[in-house]
Design a protein around this ligand. Structure first.
Ligand code: PLP
Length: 376
């Protein structure tokens, strides 16, 4: 199996699987006062420590959630509930994941003024374009670190630091899902008040993630109930999934720079293979994460090629141009040429991806080009 769809999800690592099993064995409810509960609570604390250490923040600033979608919803609706009555402007970008874009659309329906900043003619969102959109009426700025369709890196740290200097009351939120444990992501350098993380993009289990909330910022709860997670996210903690998340973080923590170097090498190798093929082109070559790559193969519709490759046990994404039939529009925002739009594939790497995987992908593409020529 050649798996090149790691931006969609990653294979859980052995440590995560062991972590999940441990969390199932230690079955107590972390809220129980007896030893079974305390043992489970200790496991949750250990995972919280690992996530906090990886971001360079305090343990008390990490809240476990069911994943980044819930984290971003909590961040956005929480900011609205706490600040949105007095100030009404939200600044965001046109390239956000739906987990951010849709809650912000909802704020617009509730009466907020939403300013969405687009990339310029080169497909770049400058820090200045974000900063200039913020005014006295703004209560929230939400911007992702790494775009999930192109890998583009957005200037989050620069924009948020300047916004905090000029407008200290503005709440800044960053969806770090595609950057976390891949790029050196630290709370200090991002200057974010709120950060969304997902476990399943870093070889952890699906259905868990975290929200970083800067100490001192009070965020109202989205999910209310028994008061778990310091009342920000009620519901009995998913101890097995949280343990799996913590174990995945620990197993990746040591060699981020080595993995990043390898991913950069693979990114260059992919570019070479595109050039060698002739029919394949890279869609985004601005400042980007090497882990996420958008390519187009002339004349072969994304979904046709995706299913052709699938028969050869090679798994890629159709580029998110179409998510279950719905066009996202994000590729157009990044100024990807119209003629490349329907032929886009997203090739995304993990720590385990090798040059041989990319060779196999291009062997597959080459045979598709020969066999499916009649469809062009
Ligand atoms: N944000 C980005 C950039 C993503 O790529 C994803 C997942 O596709 C999410 C948010 C949602 O994460 P989760 O699946 O943990 O809810």
């Amino acid at each position: 199996m050649i798996y090149l769809d790691n931006a969609a999800t990653t294979k859980p690592c052995d440590a995560a699987v062991q972590g999940i099993l441990k969390g199932l064995e230690v079955f107590g409810n972390p809220s129980s006062l007896h030893r079974c509960g305390v043992d489970a609570e200790l496991l949750v604390s250990d995972a919280r420590h690992a996530v906090a250490e990886s971001l360079g923040c305090l343990e008390e600033e990490i809240y476990f959630t069911s994943g980044a979608t819930e984290s971003s919803n909590t961040a956005i609706f929480g900011a609205f509930k706490s600040q949105g009555k007095r100030r009404h402007r939200v600044v965001t970008t046109t390239v956000e994941h739906p987990a951010t874009a849709r809650p912000i659309d909802e704020l617009e329906r509730l009466g907020c003024e939403v300013v969405r900043i687009s990339p310029d003619e080169n497909g770049v969102i400058s820090a200045e374009s974000i900063i200039d959109a913020v005014n006295e009426d703004t209560f929230l700025v939400s911007m992702m670190l790494v775009n999930n369709e192109t890998g583009a890196i957005l200037p989050v740290g620069k924009a948020f630091a300047a916004i905090h200097r000029r407008f200290p009351k503005v709440i800044t939120h960053c969806d770090c899902v595609q950057g976390y444990m891949k790029l050196p992501v630290r709370v200090k350098t991002l200057s974010a008040d709120l950060i969304s993380l997902s476990a399943h993009k870093i070889h952890g289990p699906k259905g868990t993630g975290a929200l970083y909330v800067r100490k001192g910022l009070h965020l109202p709860a989205l999910v209310m109930g028994g008061g778990q997670e310091k009342d920000l996210r009620s519901g009995t903690e998913s101890v097995p999934l949280i343990c799996g998340f913590g174990a995945a973080v620990k197993s990746l923590a040591g060699d981020l720079n080595d993995r990043l170097e390898r991913a950069r090498h693979l990114e260059s190798y992919l570019a070479e293979k595109c050039a060698e093929n002739g029919g394949a082109t890279l869609n985004y070559t601005g400042e980007k994460s090497p882990y996420v790559n958008s390519i187009s193969v002339a004349g072969l519709k994304s979904e046709v090629l995706l299913h052709y490759l699938e028969k050869k046990d090679i798994y890629v994404s159709s580029g998110s141009a179409c998510s279950k039939g719905k066009k996202s529009g994000v590729l157009a925002e990044f100024r990807i040429p119209v003629q490349n739009m329907d032929t886009t594939l997203r090739i995304s790497f993990s720590a385990e991806t090798t040059e041989a995987d990319i060779d196999a992908l291009f062997d597959g593409i080459k045979s598709a080009q020969a066999e499916l020529a009649h469809l062009r």
